[in-house]
Design a protein around this ligand. Structure first.
Ligand SMILES: NC(=O)c1ccc[n+]([C@@H]2O[C@H](COP(=O)([O-])OP(=O)(O)OC[C@H]3O[C@@H](n4cnc5c(N)ncnc54)[C@H](OP(=O)(O)O)[C@@H]3O)[C@@H](O)[C@H]2O)c1
Length: 252
């Protein structure tokens, strides 16, 4: 049985990935949807025309990770596609955010993503795909998003290195780097109209388009994918200019 595993599938781009994989995922027998809110996972599942398994798990919890690992073993599933998408950010100076938020971003965006990848890899074969949902925040550090940018820089770096290691096994790793999307991410991050001039003015990315195009980029075995010209340009600027200048230009 070939499966696709999607974390953070209860809302936002994770839900869009689930719907897109349901529409276009050739050779996928079952889609596993992971997030904490079971009711929201059921909403996602209602739009899926394939076999679905709903896994209400908190992936920062070691007991939940054990349950996930046990299920992989029990079912003997082959994971053809892993989408590490669950993540969150918080806007605010480092010392104004709760300690639990600063460390929580690291736990979910970095530690849990690393754990899910490590637990899943033994069940992946030649032709497998890993998609890590990263962010344009990975391209350069930014004030008022110090920890979030750092977690996404970790995801980008890990994805590139892992892609190099897994080439010999025929598994591709793609880092997907969206700009701001109107999902639950923004209110969770404390980003509302007026709270950040940068976020007020940045062009929005459509999560459904991003999911579709990044799945296509993964099929083409790309390493990094960003959509919209604006953000492709930002990626180049952030590579060329000293980060102190990029940070002044962006000033969240
Ligand atoms: N929206 C943006 O502006 C933007 C831009 C760039 C990158 N991103 C990245 O895109 C990814 C998805 O975000 P989104 O925009 O789609 O936001 P979202 O709608 O808030 O989705 C986040 C998902 O993560 C799940 N999640 C949170 N904590 C979890 C946990 N402990 N265990 C399991 N699942 C958990 C949430 O479900 P439950 O609450 O049900 O657990 C939800 O399904 C994130 O990695 C984010 O950093 C977002």
């Amino acid at each position: 049985m070939k499966i696709a595993v999607i974390t953070g599938a209860s809302s936002g781009i994770g839900r869009e990935y689930a719907l897109e994989v349901s529409r276009t995922g050739t050779g996928i027998d079952e889609i596993w949807l992971i997030a904490r809110r079971e009711d929201k996972l059921r909403e996602t599942a209602s739009g899926i025309s394939r076999k679905v398994r709903i896994l209400p798990l908190d992936i920062t919890d070691s007991g939940c990770l054990e349950r996930y690992a046990a299920l992989l073993k029990e079912t003997g599933a082959e994971v053809s596609l892993l989408i590490n998408n669950a993540g969150y950010g918080k806007l605010g100076d480092f010392d104004s955010l709760a300690v639990s938020d600063n460390t929580g971003m690291v736990r979910l965006n970095c530690e849990a993503l690393t754990a899910v990848t490590a637990l899943t890899l033994p069940f992946m074969k030649n032709g497998g795909e890993i998609i890590n949902v990263c962010s344009i925040a990975a391209f350069a550090p930014n004030t008022r998003m110090a920890v979030y940018c750092s977690t996404k820089a970790y995801v980008l770096s890990l994805s590139k290195a892992l892609r190099g290691e897994l080439k010999k096994r025929g598994i591709n790793v793609l880092a997907v780097c969206p700009g701001p999307m109107d999902t639950e991410f923004l209110p969770t991050a404390g980003i509302a109209p007026g709270s950040s001039h940068t976020f007020d003015t940045l062009p929005r990315v459509n999560p459904s388009v991003m999911a579709r195009k990044s799945l296509a980029a993964s099929k083409k075995k790309k390493g990094v994918y960003t959509n919209r010209l604006f953000y492709k340009f930002y990626r180049i600027i952030a590579k060329l200019l000293p980060h102190s200048i990029v940070m002044k230009m962006c000033g969240t």
